[in-house]
Design a protein around this ligand. Structure first.
Ligand code: HEC
Length: 130
């Protein structure tokens, strides 16, 4: 009945970490967001079982690559995703989802992240951030 599902369990963990904002391990953190009290993607990554880490690639491929390119190199007027820490990217994605405009064409991003969970945004940031 409670058959363990590693991915689902990890997502629950991610959600819990994001929600409570304090139990994330920080020993290996490299990219903390100074302005944010939420755990950064690096914290979330550190808490994930190793097997689930490629999850970020799945999210990126399904939800981001069409506009930002397979390698985040950018496509047409969609910007390249370079030089942004994981934490900074995660914060931007949260801001886009919250409707805080950040650039010249915020609607595209607001729509792109509208249906994504905190865990999915964190996973994509872990994959695409630096
Ligand atoms: C429909 C196309 C589209 C999709 C899908 C999309 N993006 Fe974007 N993204 C954009 C555009 C356009 C901008 C520039 C927005 C602006 O200037 O206001 C942008 C901006 C960004 C930025 C800010 C870049 C900067 O330098 O400030 C980040 C980070 C980002 N996207 C990450 C993602 C991630 C991660 C995903 C997948 C979850 C994603 N995007 C999906 C089109 C898209």
């Amino acid at each position: 009945m409670m058959k363990p599902a590693p991915l689902a369990a990890s997502l629950s963990l991610l959600t819990a970490l994001v929600a409570c904002g304090k139990d994330a391990p920080s020993g290996t953190e490299r990219a903390a967001a100074p302005a944010s009290t939420a755990p950064g993607p690096a914290d979330i990554l550190a808490a994930l079982p190793h097997d689930t880490r490629p999850y970020g690639l799945d999210v990126y491929t399904a939800k981001c690559a069409s506009c930002h390119g397979d390698l985040g190199q950018g496509v047409a007027t969609n910007p390249a995703l370079k030089g942004m820490t994981r934490a900074a990217m995660y914060q931007k994605l949260l801001d886009y989802r919250a409707g805080k405009a950040q650039g010249a064409q915020p609607a595209a991003m607001a729509k792109a992240v509208a249906g994504l969970s905190d865990a999915e945004l964190a996973a994509a940031s872990v994959y695409a951030g630096e």
